[in-house]
Design a protein around this ligand. Structure first.
Ligand code: NDP
Length: 341
């Protein structure tokens, strides 16, 4: 079974009109697998907001190519090798790819696969969260772009999600004062009680963002890790300190709208007077830092300074539900689909 694009979703949360599950025949006999390819059974699929942006069907400023109609959805995933036509890969090995088909089984050229040798005590889903793409995204935003230092006032939006929950904890390790915004009181509690955040607030209740930032940042914001864009980004610009850094990681509040309906930012002038640096980044451009990141992250995990949290959905049939869940405030931590055990 595999999920494919049946029609595009320029606005709103994608539903069963847009992506559908179908059964296809995939021969996994050794002689039907091309030379240099590997067949695998999918174990886990990473559920990420960018997947939705590939369904807009519009060329409107999003940087990832649209998935053609009728084609299978693709995502980061972890699988177990079941047949190999590359002598470097053997049956039973665990592999990861950033373009796994969202399906129960897949075949990919071996150069698109990376082996995983799970370290003792590390759960496989961690390679799709704190030790994988969301982890390095958080690290780049805090360390390389945000240049967060001891004492910096750091603000993280979507702070309990896959990226945000790691970003905030990394900033705490660096000795920053960290505040996060989230969409439920349960997450506010979790950030403060389990993840070491100094403060957190529910943006669905404290809807006057300007007032909330006045309250939670009496000394202004030095680093903003932006996961949501829109009105929140505009409010932040009224609270930045001189020389502040803004890491533009994503803008999930705007993904379900066509660009003419997206929220604008009217106060960019704050950036001029306060000499603020705002930088967008795509994590694919930072994978040359992966080893540096992993070394640091493994130490933090071992010392218990960073905790990883997952929300696991079960079964290939739950893909649509898990993707749609990213646009509510229902999940804590990294959303992952478990396809097989
Ligand atoms: P999350 O796990 O954080 O899931 C999304 C969360 O966003 C939801 O749980 C919800 O939490 C919040 N959210 C949803 N809709 C809105 C809205 N309208 N306004 C405000 N918040 C909303 O996702 P990730 O951690 O995987 O991704 C976070 C951001 O980082 C996304 O924008 C994503 O596109 C981006 N990203 C960018 C990368 C890059 O290379 N630049 C790489 C990876 C991710 P709640 O409402 O409770 O806060």
């Amino acid at each position: 079974r595999e999920w494919y694009v049946a029609s595009y979703a320029p606005i709103g949360v994608p539903n069963s009109d847009h992506i559908k599950l179908r059964t296809v025949t995939l021969s996994l006999q050794a002689d039907s697998i091309p030379h240099g390819n590997v067949a695998f059974q999918l174990l886990y699929v990473s559920i990420d907001p960018y997947v939705r942006t590939q369904l807009s069907g519009l060329d409107d400023g999003l940087s990832l190519p649209q998935i053609p109609l009728g084609q299978v959805m693709r995502a980061f995933g972890i699988g177990k090798v079941i047949r190999s036509k590359d002598t470097n890969f053997s049956e039973g090995e665990i592999v990861m790819s950033r373009i796994c088909p969202v399906a129960e089984f897949g075949v990919l050229p071996s150069n698109l696969l990376q082996k995983i040798n799970p370290a003792h005590g590390v759960a496989l889903p961690d390679y799709l969260s704190c030790l994988g793409m969301p982890g390095i995204t958080a690290w780049v935003g805090i360390e390389k772009i945000g240049n967060a230092k001891e004492g910096s006032n750091v603000y993280i939006s979507a702070a309990a999600g896959g990226v945000g929950i790691i970003a905030g904890q990394l900033a705490k390790v660096k000795g920053c004062r960290v505040v996060g915004s989230v969409g439920s009181d349960h997450k506010v509690k979790l950030l403060k009680e389990e993840c070491g955040y100094d403060e957190a607030f529910n943006y669905r209740i404290e809807t006057d963002y300007d007032a909330a930032l006045t309250k939670y940042f009496p000394d202004g914001i030095d680093v903003y890790f932006d996961n949501v864009g829109g009105k929140m980004l505009e409010a932040v610009l009224n609270h930045v300190n001189h020389g502040a850094r803004i890491a533009l990681c994503g803008m999930i509040s705007e993904y379900n709208k066509v660009w003419t309906e997206r929220e604008g930012v009217r106060n960019l002038l704050n950036m001029v007077g306060k000499e603020v640096m705002m930088k967008g980044f795509m994590i694919g451009s930072y994978y040359n830092h992966f080893e540096e990141f992993i070394k640091e992250m493994e130490v933090h995990l071992k010392e218990g300074k960073i905790k990883s949290k997952h929300k696991i959905y079960n079964g290939i049939e739950s893909f649509l539900e898990s993707l749609a869940s990213l646009f509510s405030s229902s999940n804590v931590g990294k959303v992952i689909l478990q396809v097989a055990s």
